[in-house]
Design a protein around this ligand. Structure first.
Ligand SMILES: [Zn+2]
Length: 224
């Protein structure tokens, strides 16, 4: 369930959705938080990697969706800060509800009773912000506030649901699951252009790449 991808990064395979644990220069960082019933697995993974719950410092979210924010409440009462793209932040805090005039928003609204609002501080992120060694890239389309994170020092790209892995290559987030597929394509191209190279690439769904991650993404961008 927890697989080491490098000395300082671990992949959680949560059956259908991924999360990532990163020791970012001694700041223990969880990236995405699975579905509501994944909380215990996320906490168990910390000890599998040799840490305790109190070692966790922060949670980075790639976007607001039930399968990425559902497990957050497992960390209620733990001193961690949650970071998320600024357009998705009011959805995480419950200050806004997903829009009904978009098919994806309507779906998010439908499943919202399955989710509880976390009690930790939520910090909104803009394009170009940095959190530890990670740079934030606003990559809208799957959701309006979707972000990717790249750490050059860890050679690690966290791609969320901008793309998914299928059969050894990346595919764009599909229409059914996206607010705006044209924006997804634009975000993939722009992100591939402006992000630095990284070896390890972890999508929200599918199997991560341990090598040539940014090159794999570039291959997809070239087809769009
Ligand atoms: Zn997802």
């Amino acid at each position: 369930m927890l697989t080491a991808l490098a000395d300082d990064s671990w992949w959680y395979d949560l059956t259908g959705v991924n999360a990532t644990l990163v020791d970012d220069d001694e700041t223990l960082t969880l990236v995405d938080a699975g579905l509501p019933w994944h909380g215990n697995k996320l906490i168990a993974g910390l000890s599998d990697a040799g840490y305790e719950l109190r070692d966790l410092d922060r949670i980075l979210l790639t976007h607001f969706d039930l399968d990425h924010v559902g497990g957050l409440t497992a960390f209620d009462g733990v001193d961690v800060t949650i970071y998320v793209g600024e357009r998705d932040a009011p959805l995480v805090t419950g200050e806004e509800a997903p829009p009904l005039d978009n098919h994806k928003g309507a779906f998010q609204r439908l499943v919202s009773p399955l989710r509880n609002v976390p009690d930790n501080d939520v910090v909104p992120l803009a394009d170009g912000d940095t959190v530890g060694s990670f740079t934030v890239y606003h990559t809208p389309g799957h959701t309006p506030g979707h972000v990717c994170y790249v750490s050059e020092s860890l050679s690690l790209g966290l791609l969320g649901d901008l793309v998914r892995e299928d059969g050894g290559r990346f595919e764009p987030s599909p229409w059914l699951l996206s607010y705006d597929t044209a924006a997804v394509a634009r975000s993939i191209s722009e992100f591939a252009d402006r992000s630095p190279d990284f070896e390890i690439a972890i999508p929200g769904h599918g199997v991560p790449f341990e090598k040539n991650g940014s090159a794999k993404l570039g291959r997809l961008a070239a087809t769009l």
